[in-house]
Design a protein around this ligand. Structure first.
Ligand code: RIB
Ligand code: CA
Length: 340
């Protein structure tokens, strides 16, 4: 075996491809440090047929040969309780402007329709079989509602023995977006989120507190587009498109709403794997996700009482270094896809 061959980090990415999931997939595909064993798709930003099509479009656009698995089309149990969500202060994610439906994440990404197909096997079966049979540990990246992972962990909890760690975009300690208490991913399947959070494996959580500590502007998008590769230009267009939509929908990730800028949420999970130092504030926390269907449904609860010893294996990020993120984006998005 050639000693110079560095072993690649085996990863599985679970997505609900929308805009920032696409950014994460592009960065993961471009990173030769990874062997992507599979991409599992879940409901979330859009219904599963759309998140699946968008995922296939990104893989096709990048010319990658990575198996894609369709997963759960709905949360484990959340929608079974009549009226569970009627009291929650839901953030408007969609508006009709001049007769046109504007959503944060469109049904279709502006890429050619996919002609590649998803695998026959269900995403949850793929997760269980791959993790059960793994000869070396696998890192899992979760950037959508964690229904697929929750189901896999419920069916075979022992799969955690072959997981290196799980990097999760989800939750919000001081910052939320879907309701007055919860972030989108955890809100869309509170039960699965709590199963994930309590799993017996190291988890690094990048909540909105971390992801909104690095906001990207039109100027940043212009710098990225100037890199000139097709995926850099596309990545930049996703940023500017995200800014447009947030402006139309009337809310922003930053306090000064006049200075429109967006968080690239999911993409940070991939960049964190490539350089953990970009997270400048990471703390072990005792965490839970509320799933009782009240105002706090789906809320990430961090026990800040210092008198209590920490429980569980959850490490929560509170801040990322934007300059380091921008540096990595400039390095990585300049790489021609064909060389990967
Ligand atoms: O709250 C942000 C998360 O919700 C991201 O994963 C985004 O893609 C949406 O799914
Ligand atoms: Ca996502």
């Amino acid at each position: 075996m050639n000693k110079n061959l560095t072993t690649k980090r085996k990863i599985i990415i679970d997505v609900d491809t929308g805009t920032d999931d696409a950014m994460a997939l592009i960065l993961a595909i471009l990173s030769k440090e990874f062997e992507i064993l599979g991409i599992t798709v879940v409901h979330g930003n859009q219904p599963l047929p759309f998140t699946l099509e968008n995922t296939l479009r990104v893989v096709q656009f990048m010319g990658a040969d990575i198996p894609v698995y369709a997963g759960c089309p709905a949360p484990m149990v959340q929608t079974l309780t009549p009226g569970r969500m009627k009291n929650q202060r839901l953030q408007v994610f969609e508006k009709t402007v001049d007769g046109k439906k504007i959503n944060i994440h469109d049904e279709h990404l502006p890429l050619p329709a996919a002609h590649i197909m998803a695998e026959e096997k269900h995403a949850v079966s793929f997760l269980i079989e791959t993790l059960e049979q793994a000869k070396e540990k696998i890192t899992v990246v979760s950037v959508g509602p964690p229904t697929n992972l929750g189901m896999a962990l419920r069916m075979k909890p022992e799969i955690t023995k072959n997981i290196e760690e799980i990097i999760i975009m989800g939750g919000g300690v001081r910052r939320v977006n879907r309701t007055s208490a919860a972030e989108m991913n955890f809100y869309m399947d509170p039960e699965a989120s709590e199963i994930l959070i309590q799993a017996d494996v190291r988890k690094v959580i990048l909540p909105l507190d971390a992801t909104t500590s690095a906001l990207f502007t039109r100027d940043d998008a212009a710098k990225i587009a100037a890199l000139g590769t097709p995926h850099a230009v596309f990545f930049a267009s996703l940023i500017t498109e995200f800014i447009e939509r947030l402006t139309i929908l009337g809310f922003s990730n930053n306090d000064n709403s006049a200075d429109r800028a967006i968080a690239i949420h999911d993409a940070l999970c991939i960049l964190y794997l490539l350089d953990p130092s970009l997270v400048t504030d990471l703390r072990r926390e005792t965490c839970d996700v509320d799933f009782f269907g009240g105002y706090a449904d789906g809320a990430l609860i961090v026990d800040s009482r210092s008198a209590y010893e920490k429980r569980g294996q959850n490490y929560v990020a509170y801040h990322v270094d934007k300059e380091r993120v921008m540096e990595m984006l400039s390095e990585r998005l300049a790489i021609p896809a064909a060389t990967v």
